[in-house]
Design a protein around this ligand. Sequence first.
Ligand SMILES: [Zn+2]
Ligand SMILES: [Zn+2]
Length: 312
Amino acid sequence: MVVFACAECGAVVTTRVARVALPDHAGQKYGYGLLPSLLEPGTYAVDPGDGRPWQPLQPEPEIYGVRLMRYCITGPADRIGIAPGDVRRTVFIWERLGGCCCGWDGQYGPNLACAKCGHPVATRVDDCGFWQVVWLEPDAVRPVAVAGPVQRVMDWEDLSSTPPVDQRGYWSPQWEASVAVALAHLLTVSDGKQVAVPDGPVAEVFRQAIDALFPPGPPELHLVLAGPGLPAAITDIALVPRHPQTGEVWPCEAGAVVPLAADVWTYLAFHDDRRLLPAAYGMPAGVRRDDPPPLLPNSLFRPNTPAALIDL
Ligand SMILES: [Zn+2]
Ligand SMILES: [Zn+2]
């Protein structure tokens, strides 16, 4: 485990955290409500970024002697994301608190300073529509190894799933981001050849996008689920899980692999009924009557487009 310390004065500015893989929805903008934390407490993830340096957007005209400076929200490469509750001993930089609907969006650059020396160290993002996170500036902090419980890496079979649809019938934003990332991998490994997908939930979330992105015609390649708990699949392209802690992709003998976030993969592979035990006498009629029906989406699935994975 590590804590992160201010590179300027050495003050510790986080609790103890252990590294996990960066979630696919790290840069997602979704809806208009408050979203939960991007990362679990006690964890951190590194965003390699897209290679663009932190640059001001279009220069704004000077009005009444004041010029508004606006910055990319994406920030520099290798920012370190942590849960907002894991930050310690920082203070707001008031002139950089942009967003201001329900919180801050980080559009003016780092908005948290080290409370000891005043050096900008991080950007808090918690406005509506953003997954709440604090991005530590890679050059403003340094990791310090500390004693603590060793992070237990979960077995593949123990990984949980994220339901695809919420109570209102909306598709999960995590699913929209993760399927979009998997589609980008699929485009790369298929080399533009038409791909067949298995009927059922995989087709429900991939089919429409494949039809729109790939050239028409009979499929030349086949995408098949492969991973823990499934029989070994000999196929052109295997849709395999990516471990949420280590980022490891399930090792597979297929010609090519398309990694998919394990929480989405698990649901696609097992329809989330792995833990249901067979009942000896079936479900009593009264219980079945009161059991809520499965949640159904109120629209076709649409994976995120690059515009929804915010890079403004
Ligand atoms: Zn708001
Ligand atoms: Zn400091």
